[in-house]
Design a protein around this ligand. Sequence first.
Ligand code: UN1
Length: 510
Amino acid sequence: MTISAQENSRLLEAFGLSSDNPGAFDGSWLKTSGERIESINPATGTPIAGVTMATREEYDRVAQTTVEAFKEWRTWPSPKRGEIVRQLGDILRQRKDDLGRLVTLEVGKVLSEGLGEVQEMIDMADLAVGMSRQLYGLSMHSERAQHRMFEQWHPMGPTGIITAFNFPVAVWAWNAMVAAACGNSMIWKPSPEAPLTSLAVTRLAQEVLEANSAPPIFNLAIGGVSDVGEPMVADTRLPLISATGSVRMGKAVGAAVAARMGRSLLELGGNNGLVVMDDADLDIALRGVLFGAAGTAGQRCTTTRRLFLQKGIAAKMKEWLVKAYGSIRIGDPLESGTLMGPLINQAAVDSMLAALEVVRGQGGRVLAGGEAIEGAGYFVQPTLVEIDEQIPMACDETFAPILYIMEFDDLEEAIALHNAVPQGLSSAIFTLNMRSAERFLACTGSDCGIANVNIGTSGAEIGGAFGGEKDTGGGREAGSDSWKAYMRRQTCTINWGTELPLAQGVEFDL
Ligand code: UN1
């Protein structure tokens, strides 16, 4: 029996899940009546458990409860809200091992990444607890005598959170921990590919809310596009929609939310490039490329998809990479020592193979990998493709472990190639030359939301703002001042004098 099969029932039990679960929560679990879906273990292709999704009416009920919960939650002092987030972080610490394993079981990322994802949730909780005491506004000097002027931040309102399968719980935490500290209630629409982890997390949140008699702010509606996705995006009761996923999805969400004057926070696809200069420390460059390109089986929005090699080191790096790609251990992601698990489903395998077909037609030469792996589960070989110019396929994000390799003469050429794609999430340069590093970070350098030196494109810490430009959608989540997206700003001017002077010296006297 594989480790996955043994873990299946133990993990379901650990989170109070059965083979058939309701797919909506609004303080209590709804008797959902939508379509039944199975969560499939991508390493075996076998079902883990089923979920009955929410209908449109059931979504509506969850949304109404979320609106009611907001009315109370916004009146809690922010540090008291932070205390709830702190307790959620504590429970995640206690349950890290099981939740990390469930992530691995359900989406196929290797165990150390499954655990890392839960650690990312814990880190977010810690950060948001601190934020709850630091939701600072500015004060400014008024031009009018005996006047005081300042900005303050209020909770934005009930928030819709749409997440993708590849970070099924961490991305919820980026949003939920901060949104809760800021005073928002929320509804989570997880990916139908990863319903069980969302149920497990919601159960942990339920424990914390109930223990504190807090209003139901962490709600859940698992459902398809027409029953949950579209009604949520069009819902004028939700002033903020935060969506993570494909560019295609984000363009539809962004347009629909803008049409009703809502605010959207979009974190969409990347097509992340990594530049290796002749003077780089090639040892760390190789490791950075391997984790960035093959880690998570190429299913991160930050995955390294394009590698630019300066001509002096190109042959050597290619040789090392081909060798390393041949020894990446692929297999059961719960087994220790595995470096690459499966893709999420058969459609992902098919789309990788179809993309490679097109790539070959566009002149790409496969240096390593290129095939699906026969047998149970959705395994593929990590793939290296050499290209002479940036072919159209290399401008698209194929959510699979395909790395395109290009050579360049000088840094100016590399930067031009790097920026010549529609997406703008993450980027990296490996160099020991300070001028090259700074050139890459200058405003005429990388056009991405994330730019690293001697670090790969993936694996960002939560302390910085996370997100990207162009087709990546422009949103910023997680650290820094990203909390501002979850609040509304109010500028206040107080006249404590006995006159009513007008700004800009305007006179209006009878
Ligand atoms: C994603 O793939 O949607 O920087 C997020 C990283 C992770 C987050 C990835 N911390 O790779």
